[in-house]
Design a protein around this ligand. Structure first.
Ligand code: ADP
Ligand code: MG
Length: 234
């Protein structure tokens, strides 16, 4: 079954026409990659799904319910978690305080246990100010906070940005584990090999349009797609 269905959305910032008919789907327990260069419209796609920016045309469905015109907090409550570009942590708050902002229904002991199993290093860091963590650790806290909302779908916006290679490798494992736990992931990235390794289905965006899409296997077997649409090599 399709979990998320985006149908031909058109999004503007004032008079700038940004998303020019974007369609994509994310299935149950599926990892989907959305690739494109800086300025292509990837973040705007996520914000439109989340209701933070409204589509002027087109429709968005989550578990067969139309969410196109719902307020952002209701969309989030339906089970869509978001890790924004740049992570969106509160740097002077502790790790624990940051995590609590993801606990919407009171203290979530069970959720916290799960998070500490996924990210054991956080056990000794709960009282540390989030802004003093390394980039990779901050990304982990941002993902942990989103997971504490118990999403069915997690939207990740360029999670590898600014991470050292070792942390990128760890993040890859984390996203695989999230996938194994039954959560669907829509992964927005500029890093092509990282995304192709994780995503079962891939979409390529150029100037507000999806120019290609295909399964991981088709994409791996046709690397010229990358060369033509993104100017990068696998
Ligand atoms: N708040 C905004 N107001 C006006 N233009 C914006 C705003 N946010 C993004 N844009 C423009 O929309 C286009 C797509 O941006 P964005 O979705 O952030 O791309 P990406 O995430 O792929 O880098 C860019 O041209 C960007 O300058
Ligand atoms: Mg972006």
């Amino acid at each position: 079954m399709e979990l998320l269905k985006v149908e031909d959305i058109h999004t503007y910032y004032d008079r700038s026409y940004i998303l020019q008919g974007v369609s994509l789907t994310v299935g149950e327990n599926e990892t989907v990659g959305l690739l494109g260069r800086n300025g292509a419209g990837k973040t705007t796609t996520l914000k439109t799904i989340l209701g933070l920016v409204k589509a002027k045309r087109g429709r968005i469905f989550f578990q067969d319910n139309e969410i196109t015109r719902l307020p952002a907090y209701r969309i989030a409550r339906m089970g869509i978690g978001y890790v924004p570009q740049g992570r969106g942590l509160f740097p002077v708050m502790t790790v624990m305080e940051n995590l609590k902002t993801g606990m919407w229904n009171g203290f979530d002991t069970e959720g916290l246990d799960e998070i500490l199993t996924l990210f054991p290093f956080l056990k000794n860091r709960l009282d540390q100010k989030a802004g003093t963590l390394s980039g990779g650790e901050q990304q982990a806290v941002a993902i942990a906070r989103a997971l504490l909302t118990h999403p069915k779908l997690l939207l990740l916006d360029e999670p590898t940005t600014g991470l050292m290679p070792l942390f990128v490798e760890k993040l890859r494992e984390t996203i695989s584990q999230i996938h194994e736990s039954g959560v669907s992931v829509l992964l927005v990235e500029e890093k092509v090999p990282f995304t192709v390794a994780l995503a079962e289905h891939l979409y390529f965006m150029v100037k507000g349009r999806i120019t290609h899409h295909g399964t991981q296997r088709t994409v791996k077997e046709n690397p010229e797609i990358f060369e033509k649409t993104l100017g990068v090599y696998l």
